[in-house]
Ligand binder design. Structure first.
Ligand SMILES: [Zn+2]
Length: 239
């Protein structure tokens, strides 16, 4: 008998232990059950954040795709066709522009003169070959890589000047500001800001342009259907 009790005792202990362990497990289980809604909430919140963040990343990739496909930009510049020679006229002994904009441009200069402001035409139509010389020679003279140069000069085939509808303007009284950002402080620029739209001229590269540096001297003509078509993509993409 004594021996049997001993056996019972031996059996009882593990059984009691098992019961205790079982009770402890169920308490833990109940605890987990109680906090599970909070855990679920926490995980959903983290999950939503992850989805939102990945959406931002994918939309960024999408923007880049749209830029390269729709804009066809090269170093930030849009491609432009070269105007045929028979549509060009001289407005100065060395400056040609598109015949459709010449009259409006000369009228604008006359109107400025009446207000005591003297506009100087610096550059009009430029052939793709000339643009090639400008882009590559200035790039090497100034020891710039293509992407640096492109902020201030268009690669050949990508200049508004090749359309004949672009004109660089200076102030006769302040020639030192030619092709400089300081041109914006001249009377000529202030006059243009007030009146150029009347003559269908628009500043091409304003301060907000993310690809090309600000060029207060560079204006383009948008007073004909042909010009509007040429600059449609730029007007849609810029700003
Ligand atoms: Zn220009």
């Amino acid at each position: 008998m004594e021996r049997k009790e001993d056996i019972n005792q031996l059996l009882d202990i593990p059984f009691a232990k098992r019961t205790y362990l079982y009770n402890s497990n169920s308490k833990l289980f109940i605890r987990i059950l109680l906090i599970s809604p909070f855990l679920l909430l926490l995980f959903s919140f983290a999950g939503l954040r992850l989805i939102r963040d990945s959406k931002i990343v994918s939309s960024r990739f999408l923007d880049i795709k749209i830029d390269s496909k729709d804009g066809q930009r090269l170093l930030g510049h849009l491609p432009y066709p070269e105007i045929s020679k028979d549509k060009l006229v001289f407005i100065e002994p060395n400056i040609k522009v598109h015949i459709d904009m010449s009259e409006s441009l000369l009228k604008m200069r006359e109107a400025a003169k009446r207000d005591g402001v003297y506009l100087v035409f610096l550059s009009g139509y430029r052939s793709t070959n000339l643009q090639k010389d400008i882009f590559y020679s200035l790039k090497s003279i100034r020891n710039q890589i293509a992407s640096e140069r492109a902020r201030v000069s268009a690669p050949p085939g990508y200049s508004e000047h090749s359309t004949g509808f672009a004109i660089d303007i200076g102030d006769y009284m302040q020639r030192e500001t030619d092709f400089e950002v300081e041109f914006e402080d001249t009377e000529a620029f202030k006059w243009l800001q007030r009146h150029a739209a009347k003559y269908h001229f628009k500043l091409s590269f304003n301060r907000n342009n993310k690809y090309i540096d600000y060029e207060p001297w560079h204006w383009r003509y948008e007073g004909s259907v042909e010009a509007l078509k040429i600059f449609e993509n730029s007007n849609r993409k810029s700003n």
